[in-house]
Design a binder for this molecule. Structure first.
Ligand SMILES: O=C(O)CCC(=O)C(=O)O
Length: 321
């Protein structure tokens, strides 16, 4: 029986957890893990939210980075890089527009340039402003609450991606099917993904985001298969679709989420005419038995570093099996 997640669980409702409403298919629905009560700049404690995170495997903090200097500095660097491209090609694009709109305009004529911005936020994140942001006090407080004060925090080799999802059907192939993050990147199954949203809402719920299956992280590492396009898919997708309620989450500029890297999720197609931009960062706890057993190694791509098939032979399913 699927649990209706919009029903509030009084035990999980804390005094601080002032939930927000967000729009899903034009219906206003409230979920206990969707919050608008905190800002990074003044974040004090994860305590009111820990039970919610453990239960659902996700927390969404709306407007979290409002007025935050570290977020602003990273965002400004990305706009500055876009402005350099605009100047270089003598393009006529309004650089006071939101970042995702600027990138959309550039990609109409100079898509390759967008790839170079993607590279600066990806494997690893190379901008110093981004490096400072990923070590934000508020994020570290959350991680220490989730993983324990004695956690040995590390970033897996493939843990950072500046996802830039342009509009158009031809780009739907870049959306990841149902998966857990850990099998892609390894290092430690005790891992949290931070979702730092940089683009602004487009056309309500049509700009994509992530579909999640809250609570699914509690089942541990699932068997998975690599598809011919090299994307990994959870093998028993039907099980999760039948047993869990899926929820689509869209993000506005400055929204932030953390989720357990074992949470089943997938990318949602972007049906607007504007790009979706989000910085992902992963944090592992090396004080974990599986991580220690595998000498804290990460995957380094399809055939480099530790591979899921080596670390979890029984859970790696051949696609033609
Ligand atoms: O589409 C997204 O924003 C999420 C991508 C994703 O699931 C991932 O990189 O693991």
């Amino acid at each position: 029986m699927k649990k209706d997640l919009s029903e509030k669980d009084p035990e999980l409702e804390s005094a601080h957890a002032k939930e927000t409403l967000y729009v899903k298919a034009n219906q206003k629905i409230t979920y206990p893990f969707d919050l608008d009560s905190e800002r990074a700049i003044s974040f004090k404690s994860m305590e009111p939210y820990l039970d919610i995170f453990n239960e659902y495997g996700v927390l969404v903090f709306r407007n979290f980075f409002d007025g935050d200097p570290l977020y602003d500095s990273f965002y400004t660097d990305l706009v500055s890089l876009a402005s350099i491209i605009i100047e270089k090609h003598d393009l006529s694009i309004d650089t006071s527009a939101p970042l995702n709109k600027i990138l959309t305009q550039i990609s109409k004529t100079h898509r390759k340039e967008i790839g170079f911005i993607y590279d600066l936020g990806t494997r690893p994140l190379k901008l110093t402003s981004g490096v400072k942001l990923k070590s934000h006090n508020a994020i570290i407080k959350m991680l220490n609450a989730v993983m324990g004060e004695d956690a040995i925090l590390a970033h897996p080799y493939l843990g950072e991606t500046l996802h830039i999802f342009p509009p158009g059907d031809e780009n739907f192939k870049y959306n990841l099917p149902m998966h857990q993050d850990y099998p892609y990147i390894l290092q430690s199954p005790e891992q949290v993904t931070a979702y730092i949203n940089l683009g602004c809402y487009q056309d309500n719920s049509k700009n994509g985001g992530i579909r999640i299956w809250p609570g699914s992280h509690k089942e541990g590492i699932s068997p998975s298969t690599v598809l011919p396009n090299s994307l990994r898919i959870t093998s028993n997708t039907e099980h999760f679709i039948e047993q869990y309620q899926s929820i689509d989450i869209n993000f506005d500029q400055g929204d932030f989420a953390i989720f357990d890297s074992l949470l089943q999720h997938e990318g949602i197609q972007n049906h607007t005419d504007c790009t979706r931009v989000v910085q992902l960062v992963r944090y592992s706890n090396l004080r974990n038995e599986t991580s220690t057993h595998n000498h804290w190694q990460s995957s380094e791509g399809i055939s480099k570093g530790l591979q899921f098939a080596q670390a979890h032979k029984d859970l790696n399913i051949d696609s033609d099996a």
